[in-house]
Design a protein around this ligand. Sequence first.
Ligand SMILES: C[S@@+](CC[C@H](N)C(=O)[O-])C[C@H]1O[C@@H](n2cnc3c(N)ncnc32)[C@H](O)[C@@H]1O
Ligand SMILES: O=c1cc(-c2ccc(O)cc2)oc2c(O)c(O)ccc12
Length: 263
Amino acid sequence: MLSTGCCSSRLFLLPNWLKAMEEASKLDPNQTLKNADKGLLQSDELYQYVLETSVYPREPELLKELREATASHPMSEMATAPDGGQLMALLLKLINAKKTIEIGVFTGYSLLLAALSIPDDGKIIAIDKNQEAYEIGLPIIKKAGVEHKIDFIDSLALPVLDKLLENPTNEGSFDFAYVDADKINYWNYHERLLKLVRIGGVMVYDNTLWGGTVALPEDLVPDDRKESRLNTIKFNKSLASDPRIQMSQVPAGDGVTVCVRVY
Ligand SMILES: C[S@@+](CC[C@H](N)C(=O)[O-])C[C@H]1O[C@@H](n2cnc3c(N)ncnc32)[C@H](O)[C@@H]1O
Ligand SMILES: O=c1cc(-c2ccc(O)cc2)oc2c(O)c(O)ccc12
């Protein structure tokens, strides 16, 4: 995977890995991945095609409004990619999720999507250490009439999960979990979520391809992406050998890993 001169920051999936690496070695790594976009498909045009054909036409109006309200935020690229979000909404519907947990809310794109996808008496525990960003999306969440489904907790996520686990009635009580926060803690979240999510429940992890950098040699990766890249590589490897789950690594958004708890 690499970005080529023709398409600026976009990452490419090329059929021939060696050729791709040869191309990558010609690139300035700071130029290549600094602004790596979310699409991991073959070209900008193909990703745009997917968004315009299958994602945007079905995106609920208020979700679009929230996406647009986030666009002017200096960290707007952190919001869940609409194609990854669409997959998440599908999974929520497929398993009739009612009780869910989200780690990493930002302005609330994935949160509003989840709230729109669960029944009226469904509940989402949504955790983020930064309430300020959530305030941007909150008026739109209220306008959508789904605020009553959300319990927003302004905190680091790990202590909240540990607190939930102090009460045995929470064990295996969640249908679904979405993780989109600090990469260094993904395995810590996974261990706790495996206790909180029921057998047959789903855990979704965002950014598991981290802009394509997981498949690049370290020297081609911009410094500010190196640490998360290593954490992500380690996490992906650990997930792949975890017998407690069935999983699929999906190249949607920035890489979405879907896990089902099997025991
Ligand atoms: C990528 S953004 C989440 C994007 C969000 N899912 C969306 O669709 O817009 C990551 C968020 O995780 C939060 N975060 C990072 N580390 C955290 C931690 N240890 N505990 C709780 N929140 C954390 C950040 O404040 C940030 O809002
Ligand atoms: O560029 C980012 C950065 C993050 C990020 C950084 C630090 C944290 O503690 C949490 C998240 O997350 C991102 C993300 O989820 C995404 O889809 C794209 C870009 C980034």
